[in-house]
Design a protein around this ligand. Sequence first.
Ligand code: FES
Length: 251
Amino acid sequence: MMTIVKKEQIAKDTIEMQICGTSIVSSAEPGQFVHINVGDGNSNLLRRPISIADVNKGEQMITIIFKVIGSGTDQLSRCIVGEELDVLVPCGKGYPIKSLSITKALLIGGGIGVPPLYYLAKQLQEKGVEVTSILGFQTKENVFYQSEFEQFGPCHIVTDDGSYGFKGYVTDLLDKESVEFDYFFSCGPTGMLKAVSKRLENHKGYVSIEQRMGCGIGACYACVVPTCDESNGFKKICKDGPVFRVNEVVL
Ligand code: FES
């Protein structure tokens, strides 16, 4: 059980929440997620996967950011400071940056795929990696965390309608700006991940897949995706992912 210690709306329909209460959070890696029970009962069907946006190990606290898009996230958005949440943490496999030799990283996030890249950027900076970010949103009122990402290096904001920052998609900005990097790390809607993977097909990178889940711990097969190399069969997004090597699984 974790307690909500802060809740704030940071963009349209977008809530930042800080929850604390277990030392396990200190083992969380960028790209992992929490599976939160948003109902009154114990059914895993009432859980929602939400990526970890930041970790404060000293205070045993994590930050999550979610968009209110359905009944589950609406219910979560109505929880108040002081309330307790039933949370599985940390879940899945994150970005394997500890094992990578890397000097320059390009982070590409879209919408609610932006939050996990914040904790990733923080960890990369601690490793001495130069970080450039491209963050895509639908429109100006959806934009969040620009100044937070600017702490780590150049941060380009892109909106679909051009109401803020560069007009277009994240891949359009890649065509306009030349960015040097060893690895890219991306998280966002599947369409964006597909476009990014194709645009950067000659680069090394990792993508994190957004997916509605059942159990969240590898037991129900609700989240399987085929691998690109058919001989490897299927992968479970909740347990083998949500982060995969680019072109490891079919998007
Ligand atoms: Fe149950 Fe992935 S959500 S196996």
